[in-house]
Design a binder for this molecule. Structure first.
Ligand code: SF4
Length: 308
């Protein structure tokens, strides 16, 4: 299958936000249609600076950084892929910044880019997704059936990959720390200041929400089990209380971004319940564009000393 143009269409894939969980899905979706996928560089100072320049000051750090990634790609691609995630499962909603991401990006970059979006509103029905695939078929001049086929194949690959992250919690004699937070923070080496590597270099085992089963996180997401809630809220609440129950886990670090509305609520729930019902040490580290690595490292060292 190929796009019906002489040269393959270049699609920009910004390495921020949805990229960290779903890059396998989207990269393969476009490759399956014969497009060239151009992924932005890892986050760096220039990308952060572009993001700060083009985004409103009140926005959270990951959204600013996402804008920086888009800016870094804008002259290298024909279209920028910016999906619109509203709900990714039944009763699970994304934060408002994800719902309006294509509009926000377009406006902040003063219409310097052409956006392709796929809409995900799975709490309602797949119709919005199918309609957006139809629009992509029109824009890229690929038969609709081929677009749907490319999407389904990419989704199968993504689902296979998801099974590889689950780990059973087995201690090997070293300390074990759970790192919580949004994937685009904890797995972005620049934003997280390589927290996971720093812990591993001290011979500490690191667990994150992807090491737990989806159902386990939903079951333990006190007090929102069975209710309508944010998807990342379920993941982080459920992970916090699952890890807190496990005697192999020696401490929990939550890496959050200043101005994240979701985290401001769920961290409050986590801190209160951990104080009331558990004895596990908990450290919250808040990041913004002015965060310095020295102070960050000092707080980690102090936390590790406390754990012993
Ligand atoms: S969940 Fe928080 S960090 Fe993520 S985009 Fe929304 S406000 Fe930003």
């Amino acid at each position: 299958m190929a796009v019906n143009n002489k040269k393959p269409v270049k699609i920009g894939l910004p390495k921020g936000l949805f990229y960290f969980q779903h890059h396998i899905l989207w990269e393969n979706f476009f490759k399956n249609m014969g497009c060239n996928v151009v992924v932005s560089e890892d986050t760096n100072k220039d990308i952060l600076d572009y993001g700060v320049k083009y985004c409103s000051n009140e926005t959270c750090l990951p959204v600013k950084v996402f804008h920086g990634h888009v800016y870094s790609l804008k002259d290298k691609v024909d279209y920028m892929f910016v999906p619109r995630y509203t709900s990714v499962d039944k009763n699970e909603y994304t934060c408002p910044k994800f719902c309006g991401l294509p509009d926000m990006t377009m406006l902040n970059l003063k219409k310097q880019i052409k956006i392709l979006e796929v809409r995900l509103h799975l709490d309602q029905s797949p119709d919005q997704t199918l309609n957006s695939l139809y629009e992509i078929s029109d824009i890229l001049n690929v038969k609709y059936n081929n677009v749907v086929d490319a999407f389904n194949k990419a989704l199968n690959l993504y689902n296979e990959d998801q099974k590889n992250g689950i780990t059973s919690l087995v201690a090997n004699g070293n300390r074990m720390i759970a790192v919580l937070g949004h994937p685009y923070v904890i797995y972005d080496d620049y934003l997280s200041m390589k927290l996971i590597n720093k812990l591993k270099s001290r011979n500490i085992n690191v667990l994150t929400p992807i090491n737990l089963e989806y159902e386990t996180k939903r079951k333990n997401a006190y007090p929102f089990q069975g209710k309508v809630f944010w998807d990342t809220g379920f993941d982080n609440l459920g992970s916090a209380f699952t890890f807190a129950e496990d005697e192999n886990v020696n401490g929990i670090i939550y890496l959050t971004s200043f101005a994240c509305g979701v985290d401001s609520l769920i961290i409050e729930f986590i801190e209160r319940r951990l104080k009331e019902s558990y004895s596990i040490p908990f450290l919250k580290l808040t990041l913004d564009e002015h965060s310095g690595e020295t102070g960050f490292d000092t707080r980690i060292e102090a936390f590790l000393d406390m754990i012993g």
